[in-house]
Design a protein around this ligand. Structure first.
Ligand SMILES: Cc1ncc(COP(=O)(O)O)c(C=O)c1O
Length: 446
């Protein structure tokens, strides 16, 4: 047994007492130390002795408090959070309605497995998800604990109900890291390296209409007939792949192909859903109805829960075919119900307006920095800025962090912005200024 190293004093690592405005009202980043600060560095050294080296930490942010679109780190520095814990905190950090729902539920019932018993709030959330689902008819819902878990559920259901084995997914797509989900993932080879054999029967094609040509003209003809495919799993807008908005023909044509061959269309809205693009689901931008939709991340504002919503006639599996001890935990369900109410109560509208604000401000960067900024794109508050290389994108990410703005790279060369949907006009304007300064600094060094 190794001797435990001195643990940095985390007990007093809460918000630093100052005469500053409430955390959520902070407009500009407020930096008290170099970044990472001394307590952050001490904590990182501690963390690195105990946590799995597989965790892909982006930079040295050590958050201890959050409110609205603002994060406070262990040194008392305040950051504008345009990352939201990887597109999760849609209602902002610690929204009082969400906190209240969690506290009330936690005081009543922390856990009872909905797999073996009847948990009221589980069915209430299922009914709410049916109400907001982008499918017209009756649906049924399975709740899990994460995005990957409900992606797995969708593949199991698709195989079960179609009696077919094969699945199509897309290059650049990300669906999680459990075996089935990671087999569908096609964004980075390192997610597959040394883990084989993966789930058999997964065929990847390029994302967009070109990929559908490949599917129809090559795969269905030369590799595997369409009648052998159970599902196509697709992100309506790719997230980890670099905020890739497909051409307008892609999703409607994919729907037609699936209909023609009896293949289920599974929309993975784990990242793009829950109001982030200005509509509840990204697929609604193209008026396409999926057969199955999976969601997680923003669903409960940060509490762990994932949902698979499937058209009722597909839910033919019987008791025991699928379940989960923790899935649909009552506290997470309470947070999800509060989240849906807030999204419908104005946050989706805010995502549209703030999204336009960001795109309008950043689009000129493409002309301003030729050879450095290649594209600015997105819908609502699901925005990507593409650079000339991954190195430049990573530099911009770090320069933004050094100035108090949290963003995250995605794909090969993109910086992604996914702030909480509560972000204000002033905070958005400040974040734009910081981002522009970061790009200017990186461009100066080229
Ligand atoms: C589109 C998509 N699907 C699935 C997942 C996996 O979700 P989780 O990390 O909760 O397992 C992610 C995570 O980033 C995602 O972006």
């Amino acid at each position: 047994m190794t001797q435990a190293p001195a643990r940095p004093d985390l007990e007093d690592a809460g918000p630093v007492e100052t005469a500053l405005p409430p955390l959520g009202d902070t407009v500009e980043p407020l930096l008290l130390t170099e970044l990472p600060g001394p307590r952050a560095l001490a904590h990182i050294a501690f963390d690195e002795q105990y946590t799995s080296p597989s965790l892909p930490r982006a930079y040295g942010i050590v958050p201890v408090a959050g409110e609205g679109a603002v994060i406070e780190d262990i040194d008392g520095n305040r950051f504008l959070d345009f990352c939201a814990g990887i597109a999760v905190n849609v209602t902002g950090h610690c929204h009082p309605d969400v906190v209240d729902a969690i506290q009330t539920q936690a005081a009543q019932l922390l856990h009872y497995s909905a797999s073996d018993f009847y948990l009221p709030i589980y069915a209430h959330l299922a009914a709410e998800l049916e109400r907001i689902a982008p499918m017209k008819g009756k649906t049924r819902v399975f709740l899990g604990n994460s995005g990957a878990e409900v992606v797995e559920a969708s593949v199991k259901l698709a195989r079960y109900v179609t009696g077919r084995q094969n699945v199509v997914s897309f290059y650049g797509g990300f669906h999680g890291r459990t075996y089935g989900a990671v087999s569908l993932t096609g964004s980075k080879a390192k997610y597959h390296a040394h883990f084989g054999p993966l789930l058999p029967g997964v065929y990847h094609v390029p994302y967009g209409s070109e990929g559908l040509d490949e599917l129809e003209q090559r795969i269905f003809h030369r590799l595997m007939p369409a009648s052998e495919f159970a599902a196509v799993v697709v992100e309506p807008i790719q997230g980890e792949g670099g905020i890739v908005v497909p051409d307008d023909d892609f999703l409607p044509r994919l729907r037609r192909i699936c209909d023609e061959h009896g293949i289920l269309l599974v929309a993975d809205e784990v990242q793009s859903g829950m109001g982030r693009t200005g509509t509840m689901w990204a697929i609604e931008h193209w008026g396409v109805e999926p057969d199955v939709l999976v969601t997680a991340k923003g669903l409960a504002s940060g509490m762990p829960v994932g949902a698979m919503i499937a058209k009722e006639p597909l839910m033919t599996w019987g008791p025991g075919a699928h379940g989960s001890t923790f899935g649909g935990n009552p506290v997470s369900c309470a947070a999800a119900l509060a989240t849906i109410k807030l999204l419908e109560g104005g946050l989706m509208e805010n995502a549209v307006v703030r999204g336009h604000q960001v795109l309008r401000a950043l689009e000129p960067l493409v002309d301003q920095y030729p050879g450095i900024v290649r594209d600015v794109r997105g819908k609502g508050l699901f925005i990507g800025v593409q650079f000339d290389s991954g190195a430049i994108a990573a530099d911009v990410e770090h320069e933004a962090f050094r100035r108090g703005l949290l963003v995250l790279t995605a794909g090969d060369d993109v910086v992604r912005m996914t702030p909480p949907l509560v972000v204000t006009e002033e905070q958005t304007a400040a974040a734009i200024r910081v981002f522009e300064a970061a790009v200017e600094e990186v461009a100066r060094r080229q």
